[in-house]
Design a protein around this ligand. Structure first.
Ligand SMILES: [Zn+2]
Length: 170
Protein backbone atom coordinates (compact mmCIF):
# COMPACT_ATOMS: atom_id res chain seq x y z
CA UNK A 1 0.00 0.00 0.00
CA UNK A 2 1.61 3.21 -1.10
CA UNK A 3 -1.20 5.41 0.10
CA UNK A 4 -2.59 4.24 3.43
CA UNK A 5 -5.22 6.94 3.87
CA UNK A 6 -7.13 6.64 0.61
CA UNK A 7 -9.58 3.84 0.08
CA UNK A 8 -8.93 1.68 -2.92
CA UNK A 9 -11.59 1.72 -5.61
CA UNK A 10 -12.04 -1.99 -4.93
CA UNK A 11 -12.87 -1.41 -1.27
CA UNK A 12 -15.27 1.45 -2.09
CA UNK A 13 -17.15 -0.77 -4.53
CA UNK A 14 -17.11 -3.69 -2.09
CA UNK A 15 -19.13 -1.67 0.45
CA UNK A 16 -22.04 -0.85 -1.89
CA UNK A 17 -25.30 -2.48 -0.91
CA UNK A 18 -27.64 -4.21 -3.30
CA UNK A 19 -30.64 -1.93 -3.94
CA UNK A 20 -33.17 -4.74 -3.72
CA UNK A 21 -31.63 -6.72 -0.89
CA UNK A 22 -29.83 -4.05 1.14
CA UNK A 23 -28.66 -6.53 3.77
CA UNK A 24 -26.04 -7.77 1.31
CA UNK A 25 -23.33 -5.95 -0.62
CA UNK A 26 -22.77 -6.24 -4.36
CA UNK A 27 -19.63 -8.11 -3.42
CA UNK A 28 -21.62 -10.60 -1.31
CA UNK A 29 -23.74 -11.30 -4.37
CA UNK A 30 -20.63 -11.97 -6.43
CA UNK A 31 -21.53 -9.54 -9.19
CA UNK A 32 -18.34 -7.42 -9.01
CA UNK A 33 -15.99 -9.06 -11.46
CA UNK A 34 -13.17 -6.53 -11.64
CA UNK A 35 -12.24 -3.06 -10.42
CA UNK A 36 -9.37 -1.44 -12.25
CA UNK A 37 -7.85 1.88 -11.22
CA UNK A 38 -6.16 3.82 -13.98
CA UNK A 39 -3.34 5.58 -12.12
CA UNK A 40 -2.69 8.08 -14.91
CA UNK A 41 -6.01 9.92 -14.59
CA UNK A 42 -7.68 8.50 -11.48
CA UNK A 43 -10.46 6.92 -13.47
CA UNK A 44 -11.92 3.55 -12.64
CA UNK A 45 -13.23 0.73 -14.79
CA UNK A 46 -15.67 -1.55 -12.98
CA UNK A 47 -16.77 -4.81 -14.56
CA UNK A 48 -20.02 -6.28 -13.28
CA UNK A 49 -22.09 -9.29 -14.21
CA UNK A 50 -25.82 -8.52 -14.08
CA UNK A 51 -27.84 -10.80 -11.87
CA UNK A 52 -31.33 -11.71 -12.91
CA UNK A 53 -31.78 -10.59 -16.50
CA UNK A 54 -34.15 -7.71 -16.70
CA UNK A 55 -33.74 -6.96 -13.03
CA UNK A 56 -34.63 -3.26 -12.95
CA UNK A 57 -32.06 -2.79 -10.20
CA UNK A 58 -29.16 -2.90 -12.66
CA UNK A 59 -29.55 0.79 -13.54
CA UNK A 60 -29.54 1.68 -9.85
CA UNK A 61 -26.47 -0.48 -9.28
CA UNK A 62 -24.56 1.32 -12.03
CA UNK A 63 -25.55 4.70 -10.58
CA UNK A 64 -24.62 3.62 -7.05
CA UNK A 65 -21.16 2.46 -8.14
CA UNK A 66 -20.51 5.70 -10.01
CA UNK A 67 -21.76 7.87 -7.13
CA UNK A 68 -19.76 6.00 -4.47
CA UNK A 69 -16.52 6.23 -6.45
CA UNK A 70 -17.00 9.93 -7.28
CA UNK A 71 -17.74 10.68 -3.64
CA UNK A 72 -14.44 9.05 -2.71
CA UNK A 73 -12.51 11.23 -5.10
CA UNK A 74 -12.19 9.00 -8.11
CA UNK A 75 -12.41 10.52 -11.55
CA UNK A 76 -14.45 9.22 -14.40
CA UNK A 77 -16.10 5.86 -13.87
CA UNK A 78 -16.70 3.39 -16.63
CA UNK A 79 -18.95 0.40 -16.01
CA UNK A 80 -18.63 -2.61 -18.19
CA UNK A 81 -20.84 -5.64 -18.08
CA UNK A 82 -19.58 -9.13 -18.54
CA UNK A 83 -22.27 -11.61 -19.53
CA UNK A 84 -20.18 -14.75 -19.84
CA UNK A 85 -20.17 -16.75 -17.73
CA UNK A 86 -23.68 -15.83 -16.68
CA UNK A 87 -24.21 -14.92 -13.06
CA UNK A 88 -25.67 -17.62 -10.90
CA UNK A 89 -26.87 -17.64 -7.31
CA UNK A 90 -23.97 -20.04 -6.69
CA UNK A 91 -21.76 -16.92 -6.77
CA UNK A 92 -23.34 -15.54 -3.61
CA UNK A 93 -20.68 -15.79 -0.92
CA UNK A 94 -21.12 -17.70 2.34
CA UNK A 95 -21.12 -14.32 4.07
CA UNK A 96 -23.91 -13.17 1.78
CA UNK A 97 -25.97 -16.30 2.44
CA UNK A 98 -25.56 -15.83 6.18
CA UNK A 99 -26.70 -12.19 5.95
CA UNK A 100 -29.73 -13.19 3.89
CA UNK A 101 -30.68 -15.85 6.43
CA UNK A 102 -30.16 -13.38 9.30
CA UNK A 103 -32.54 -10.99 7.56
CA UNK A 104 -35.22 -13.67 7.38
CA UNK A 105 -34.72 -14.71 3.77
CA UNK A 106 -34.29 -18.26 2.71
CA UNK A 107 -31.02 -18.22 0.73
CA UNK A 108 -30.88 -19.99 -2.64
CA UNK A 109 -29.81 -23.60 -2.76
CA UNK A 110 -27.34 -24.91 -5.32
CA UNK A 111 -28.46 -24.31 -8.89
CA UNK A 112 -29.59 -27.39 -10.80
CA UNK A 113 -26.73 -28.65 -12.95
CA UNK A 114 -27.27 -27.83 -16.59
CA UNK A 115 -25.76 -30.40 -18.85
CA UNK A 116 -24.78 -29.58 -22.37
CA UNK A 117 -27.58 -29.88 -24.86
CA UNK A 118 -31.07 -28.47 -24.99
CA UNK A 119 -32.46 -27.04 -21.79
CA UNK A 120 -35.99 -28.32 -21.25
CA UNK A 121 -38.52 -25.53 -21.07
CA UNK A 122 -40.96 -26.00 -18.27
CA UNK A 123 -43.89 -23.77 -17.54
CA UNK A 124 -44.24 -24.89 -13.98
CA UNK A 125 -41.68 -23.97 -11.40
CA UNK A 126 -39.16 -26.62 -10.48
CA UNK A 127 -40.04 -28.07 -7.10
CA UNK A 128 -37.49 -27.18 -4.47
CA UNK A 129 -37.13 -27.91 -0.82
CA UNK A 130 -37.05 -24.66 1.07
CA UNK A 131 -36.45 -24.52 4.80
CA UNK A 132 -38.20 -21.90 6.89
CA UNK A 133 -35.66 -19.25 7.99
CA UNK A 134 -37.55 -18.86 11.28
CA UNK A 135 -37.90 -22.42 12.55
CA UNK A 136 -35.95 -24.50 10.03
CA UNK A 137 -38.94 -26.65 9.08
CA UNK A 138 -38.98 -27.94 5.51
CA UNK A 139 -42.75 -28.16 5.67
CA UNK A 140 -43.19 -25.03 3.57
CA UNK A 141 -45.44 -24.13 0.70
CA UNK A 142 -44.91 -21.72 -2.16
CA UNK A 143 -47.48 -18.92 -2.08
CA UNK A 144 -46.33 -17.08 -5.17
CA UNK A 145 -43.43 -17.66 -7.55
CA UNK A 146 -43.03 -13.88 -7.62
CA UNK A 147 -42.58 -12.16 -4.30
CA UNK A 148 -41.73 -8.52 -3.74
CA UNK A 149 -39.42 -8.69 -6.75
CA UNK A 150 -38.97 -11.12 -9.64
CA UNK A 151 -35.89 -12.50 -7.93
CA UNK A 152 -37.80 -13.89 -5.00
CA UNK A 153 -40.55 -16.42 -4.44
CA UNK A 154 -42.96 -16.07 -1.58
CA UNK A 155 -43.35 -18.96 0.82
CA UNK A 156 -45.26 -19.75 3.95
CA UNK A 157 -44.11 -22.10 6.66
CA UNK A 158 -46.77 -24.66 7.58
CA UNK A 159 -45.04 -25.32 10.88
CA UNK A 160 -44.86 -21.82 12.37
CA UNK A 161 -47.15 -20.10 9.84
CA UNK A 162 -44.58 -17.40 9.03
CA UNK A 163 -44.44 -16.03 5.48
CA UNK A 164 -40.95 -15.51 4.06
CA UNK A 165 -39.15 -14.79 0.80
CA UNK A 166 -36.93 -17.32 -0.89
CA UNK A 167 -34.18 -16.02 -3.15
CA UNK A 168 -34.58 -18.07 -6.29
CA UNK A 169 -31.86 -20.24 -7.73
CA UNK A 170 -30.74 -19.27 -11.20
ZN1 LIG B 1 -41.30 -21.97 10.29
Amino acid sequence: MSCATALSARSVVAEILDPEMPMVTLDDLGIIRDVEEIAADGSVIVTITPTYSGCPAMGTIRDDITTALRRNGFGSVQIRTSLHPAWSTDWITDDGRRKLADAGYSPPGPTPRRDAGPIPLTLTARPRIVACPQCGSEDTRVVSEFGATLCKAQYRCLECDEPFDHVKEI
